[in-house]
Design a protein around this ligand. Structure first.
Ligand code: SAM
Length: 260
């Protein structure tokens, strides 16, 4: 079954979701861990709406260079708009499995919430290693969908919805295997970090409230679920919210590595 399409609707969705305090905080933690320095050349693989490219560009300054790369035209259009006034940052069309850069082109590379959508992980990570200089740093962050905790009254329906949602990407449980993949691609893993996302209340400007709608649209018609099932699931979660009985959490797993 087809995964989530990164079309114009998705680009607008991710632009809003990645502006929530949940994801702003995640980005701040990623930046602190990668610690980009003035003058560095940095790559963001799967740059999406471009928020991280903009922050990286501000960190490396005009003496540095930042490339965002993404295969999605609509995502790249949003990202180019966002980084507009920083000529040392650019967004390239391309795929993680075949990076359009020479060997050793970057001092550091980052990829958040991307490899889980990429079919050939060994190939993509060996590409990542190739474009980094010896001693260059990589930061890779992905979600394990086994880590989701979401309070629904109808647990059975909730489990069916979550199972169908796993079809939205290629690797719903990538993080456990990432350290091994990184080592085999020629990296030394130097850091492992957990970034939890926690919504203890139902509020509109949160990751879970916004993604609930994306999930409902995606799962309807999959694994025997109907639109009515998806609507009833959302109504269930919102009712938990109305009763101040809401709880959502999800873990991001973040790995730092050095190119050997
Ligand atoms: C969930 S979004 C994350 C965007 C961005 N990294 C962020 O955290 O703000 C996933 C992104 O991965 C991109 N993507 C999917 N498959 C890809 C591939 N094979 N190579 C590079 N990027 C890919 C999508 O187009 C989308 O922009």
């Amino acid at each position: 079954m087809s995964m989530l399409p990164f079309d114009e609707k998705a680009a607008r969705h991710f632009q809003r979701v990645y502006s929530t305090p949940d994801v702003v905080q995640q980005r701040a933690e990623v930046l602190a861990l990668l610690a980009p320095q003035p003058g560095e050349r940095v790559l963001d693989v799967g740059s999406g709406p471009g928020f991280l490219v903009a922050s990286l560009a501000d960190a490396v300054g005009a003496a540095g260079a930042v490339h965002g790369l993404d295969p999605s035209g609509p995502m790249n259009a949003v990202a180019r708009d966002l980084i507009g006034t920083r000529p040392w940052a650019r967004i390239d069309d391309g795929d993680a499995e075949e990076l359009p850069y020479p060997d050793g082109a970057f001092d550091a590379a980052v990829s958040t919430q991307v490899y889980e959508y990429v079919a050939d992980i060994p190939r993509a990570l060996s590409e990542l290693r190739r474009v980094l200089r010896l001693g260059g740093r990589a930061l890779v962050l992905d979600t394990d969908w086994d880590s989701v905790v979401w309070h629904a009254a109808d647990r059975q329906r909730h489990r069916r919805i979550m199972a169908a949602w796993e079809e939205h990407l290629v690797h719903p449980h990538l993080p456990c295997t990432l350290p091994g993949h990184l080592r085999r691609a020629g990296f030394r893993v130097t850091g492992r970090h957990l970034i939890p996302l926690f919504n203890p209340r139902y509020e509109q400007n949160t990751l879970s409230a916004m993604n609930m709608e994306l999930i409902a649209r995606f799962v309807a018609g999959r694994q025997g679920l109907t639109e009515a099932d998806a609507d009833a699931w959302m109504a269930d979660l919102r009712e938990r919210g109305a009763e101040d009985d809401y709880l959502f959490s999800l873990n991001r797993y973040c790995f730092l590595a050095v190119a050997e």
